[in-house]
Design a protein around this ligand. Structure first.
Ligand code: TXA
Ligand code: MG
Length: 346
């Protein structure tokens, strides 16, 4: 039985948070909101507890977890040889949607790091997440709270869909504000390397510490990614998803042509357009993902739209392509993975 409790931002229900904290301390599993996506939490320093996460998600055991903390003091206990630039980055972007990788200390069990000698650490800004981490012991391992392979959850309802009956509790803090997982920055190499793009961009990190590189696997298909989790088919809808890129008017006619063909063949078609374009599509289940005027609106709806198309049981999805400036690089990274890199250029 999974307990579900609503928690309102600004007036946290202390009893629910304390109940959740007690579950974590006893080695149980609690899903909770963060500003990026919902996480599935367990005590990071309790190997048995962390291992339960893998079973609940159906996650391969070589895929390491991120340890969530609420203050810089907590970093010392779980890491070794933290490089100097870390403080600059932490001052600028923690708490926030950024994860950094360091050498791990003995305090962190291999069950949490997937057998690696490094540990990923994040300090989230979400109020519910922070309250829970503090009452839960200060070190909470949490991957995204979805079944492995499904799009990450951006609302408590998504967590319920995937994990009800498999975990002890869900804290429902409403929809998240960012919608894509944190940027992952490997601090064990010089210069530091981005292993997964997110809301904290390369430009933002470079403004703070100078040169930062990006793992090739972030943009190109068929490269072995350095973050173990990035190699799995991820974020994938059940439908066959294609991205159509090129000049906007040509993209719209191409999508209309492809959609019409599939509809004629008796298939169910979904289309991902924007506020600016949706009125131009003539058949299929057309959804607006957000506005090109503000790409954060696109980021926040991406995973929910992929889930909606799953629920509608569409066979084919055609999506417009997006700029790779700012958070756009994270949007396209997730969209390309969801599409298995199937891109049609017009
Ligand atoms: O925004 C987020 O980061 C969310 C929220 C809940 O904090 N969490 C999240 O966790 O996205 P997860 O487990 O879905 O993704 C973690 C990624 C995986 O690709 C994993 O392989 C990588 O981080 N990772 C974790 N520890 C690592 C390590 N020591 N070295 C390299 N990659 C690591
Ligand atoms: Mg995940």
């Amino acid at each position: 039985e999974t307990i579900i409790k609503r928690v309102k931002k600004g007036q946290l229900d202390k009893d629910s948070i304390e109940m959740a904290g007690a579950i974590l301390k006893k080695g149980g599993l609690v899903a909770f909101p963060t500003e990026t996506v919902y996480g599935l939490g367990a005590d990071a320093l309790n190997e048995k507890a962390a291992e339960k996460i893998y079973a609940a998600k159906g996650r391969p055991s070589d895929n390491p977890l991120i340890v969530h903390i609420t203050n810089l003091g907590a970093l010392e206990k779980i890491t070794k040889n933290v490089p100097e630039e870390t403080k600059k980055i932490a001052d600028a972007y923690w708490p926030g949607p950024l994860t950094m990788i360091f050498e791990k200390s003995e305090a962190v069990p291999y069950g949490t790091t997937g057998g690696l000698d490094t540990v990923a650490v994040r300090m989230p800004s979400d109020e519910v997440a922070r309250a829970l981490i503090d009452v839960g012991g200060g070190y909470i391992a949490a991957p995204s709270a979805n079944t492995s392979g499904r799009p990450s959850p951006t609302m408590a309802e998504h967590v319920e869909e995937d994990l009800t009956g498999r975990i002890d509790m869900i804290l429902d803090g409403g929809p998240v504000s960012i919608g894509l997982e944190s940027t992952i920055l490997d601090m064990t190499v010089t210069p530091p390397m981005i292993l997964r793009p997110g809301a904290i961009t390369k430009e933002m990190l470079e403004a703070c510490i100078g040169e930062v590189t990006v793992d090739k696997a972030v943009i190109k298909p068929n490269q072995r990614p350095k973050a173990p989790g990035m190699k799995y088919r991820h974020y994938a809808p059940k439908a066959d998803l294609s991205i159509v890129e090129g000049e906007m008017s040509k993209v719209i006619s191409k999508i209309n042509e492809l959609a019409a063909e599939q509809v004629k063949a008796g298939h169910k078609v979904g289309i991902i357009g924007t506020e600016e374009s949706v009125a131009n599509y003539i058949c299929g289940d057309v959804k607006s993902i957000g506005t090109r005027e503000d790409e954060s609106t696109i980021a926040v709806h991406l995973f929910a739209i992929l889930r909606e198309f799953d629920a509608d049981q569409v066979d084919y999805i055609y999506s417009e392509s997006f700029d790779t400036e700012g958070i756009g690089s994270a949007i396209m990274n997730r969209l390309l993975k969801a599409a298995g890199h199937h891109v049609i250029t017009v």
